[in-house]
Ligand binder design. Structure first.
Ligand code: HEM
Length: 117
């Protein structure tokens, strides 16, 4: 169980790095965004986050559920924005607002994760 938790935490950090890293590198762009790290990272965060919650429930670890609720809500919006960025890019539309929504909200989720509790 402890190993599984460490693997999930590592994947959770890598997912965060994929979103926030690709956001910082491309935040001044107007077009030609590379969106795969954003999308894969957003999926990773929801999947590993929920798995961490499930594991905490199973092992009796305490969680702040209000914080988890806020993080899940923000993470779902990040994922939707990442999907809309990909769809918009395929249609040749303006990707920038979706890219910034996903990246900016992921940064806010880091602050929620670290400063709340
Ligand atoms: C963009 C999305 C997300 C980002 C950037 C993010 C970021 C982080 C960070 C930086 C940590 C380590 C904080 C620490 O240990 O003090 C963390 C831990 C954790 N995250 Fe996330 N997270 C995201 C989404 C989620 C989601 C959707 C869930 C669950 C539904 C979740 C559940 C957890 C849990 C259970 C922990 C470990 C326990 C805790 O400190 O609360 N995360 N997350």
């Amino acid at each position: 169980m402890e190993i599984l938790k460490l693997v999930l935490v590592a994947a959770h950090f890598l997912g965060m790095a994929a979103i926030v890293g690709s956001f910082f590198v491309q935040m001044r762009r107007k077009s030609d965004f590379v969106l795969t790290p954003l999308l894969v990272g957003a999926i990773t965060q929801v999947v590993t986050g929920l798995a961490l919650v499930g594991l905490a429930e199973a092992t009796g670890d305490d969680l702040i559920y209000a914080k988890i609720g806020v993080k899940l809500t923000i993470a779902v919006v990040v994922l939707v924005a990442a999907i809309l960025a990909v769809v918009t890019q395929r249609k040749g539309g303006r990707v920038q607002p979706w890219f910034h929504a996903a990246g900016g909200l992921a940064v806010i989720n880091v602050l929620v994760a670290v400063f709340w509790g």
